[in-house]
Design a protein around this ligand. Structure first.
Ligand SMILES: [Zn+2]
Length: 369
């Protein structure tokens, strides 16, 4: 083939960067419900920009404003410990109100949230914050307040709802803090094991259907735990069973689906392929076909959609790029589009660019006190 003739579609980087930057300031109407979890939205947008190595395109003053806004979401007044809240939609409108209403009893209704605390730490690392304002001890206390007697975690203390996503966020935070003292790791891992299904996948809780996203969450939690808990690692037979189940989630389109016999969806390309990476089985599926599927999910005005032909959103954009950072398509260097697919590597257990996860691990633990 003569050089400069592309045999593979391009990753539309400028469009994905522009779309992610746009969603940081103005959400499309289809995404407005995400505003209630604004920190999550900011994580997906900055995460995409970070993986595309475009953080330097954001002016320093803008980064500074974002750092300040995220620190404003740190809630340190709650009796159950410290962490980050979902965003500003629940908080008082004026500084005077803030002063008057930030009593411990008020703060219990404006609680930190485990998932938002995990994403806040990573956004601050993407923005290269020094974490000097982090209430580390308060976070350790907060994680303990969210653990239930069966080992699972709720997103906020005293809540009834729990699932494995929350447990994973607690584990990722402990790993970044390098402090597991606030939680019962053994009990948590026993809970993870109770979520394993007969197929080799993991469900939201015991006796639930196996799910690609939850299987990533379960495996990442098991392998993030400190070395003294390695007895919970999968046995060779379990690894083979889980690998087989995950490989069967790859759809004929090249994309992955999240559950047995479902249609492909861009986000499951990350969840399932990342789970395979954790198991050391990332070479057993056709990753170039997966990239081809994700290329077909690209939206003409930027961002990546759940399926081809739909409108993009920050969640599917980030997770598609994260999958591609783990598995760049195997293209010949002479292909004119090869360079568009080069992304920075991803820390598969923390789910952030490797250099960002390394920054977090360096600055979050802080001085022991
Ligand atoms: Zn999806």
């Amino acid at each position: 083939m003569p050089p400069d003739v592309p045999s593979f579609p391009a990753l539309l980087r400028p469009g994905h960067i522009a779309s992610s930057r746009r969603c940081l300031t103005a959400l499309p109407a289809s995404q407005t419900e995400m505003d209630a979890s604004r920190l999550g939205l900011v994580y997906y947008c900055f995460g995409s920009i970070d993986l595309l190595c475009a953080m330097e395109e954001i002016p320093d003053s803008n980064k500074e404003a974002w750092r300040e806004w995220i620190w404003e979401q740190q809630q340190t007044k709650s009796e159950t410990g410290s962490g980050f809240r979902t965003g500003t939609f629940m908080t008082p409108a004026t500084p005077e109100q803030t002063e008057a209403e930030q009593t411990p009893s008020y703060a219990n209704y404006d609680s930190p949230h485990i998932i938002m605390t995990y994403v806040a730490l990573l956004i601050l690392a993407m923005l290269r914050d020094d974490f000097s304002r982090l209430d580390r001890r308060g976070i350790v206390k907060f994680l303990g307040s969210c653990q239930r007697p069966d080992g699972s975690f709720t997103t906020v203390p005293r809540d009834a709802e729990q699932d494995l996503r929350t447990l994973y966020c607690a584990f990722a935070i402990c790993s970044l803090l390098d402090d597991w003292s606030g939680i019962d790791v053994e009990r948590a891992l026993t809970f993870v094991e109770s979520c394993r299904t007969y197929e080799g996948g993991y469900g939201q809780s015991s006796f639930c259907e196996g799910h690609g996203g939850i299987t990533y969450i379960a495996l990442a939690s098991i392998y993030l735990a400190p070395p003294e808990y390695s007895k919970h690692h999968l046995t060779p037979a379990q690894k083979a069973e889980t690998t087989r189940w995950l490989l069967n989630l790859q759809h004929e389109s090249g994309g992955f689906c999240g559950r047995t016999n479902k249609e492909a969806d861009a986000c499951y390309c990350f969840w399932s392929s990342a789970a395979l990476k954790i198991l050391g089985a990332g070479n057993l599926f056709d990753s170039t076909r997966m990239a081809e599927y994700l290329a077909s999910c690209q939206f003409k005005f930027g961002g990546i959609a759940k399926v081809p032909g739909e409108t993009s959103d920050p969640y599917h954009t980030y997770l598609s790029l994260a999958a591609l950072a783990l598995y760049p398509p195997d293209l010949d260097e002479s292909d004119a589009n090869a360079a568009t697919w080069k992304l920075d590597p991803l820390d598969v257990l923390i789910n952030a660019r490797e250099s960002t996860a390394a920054w977090a691990r360096q600055y979050i633990p802080g001085p022991r006190s």
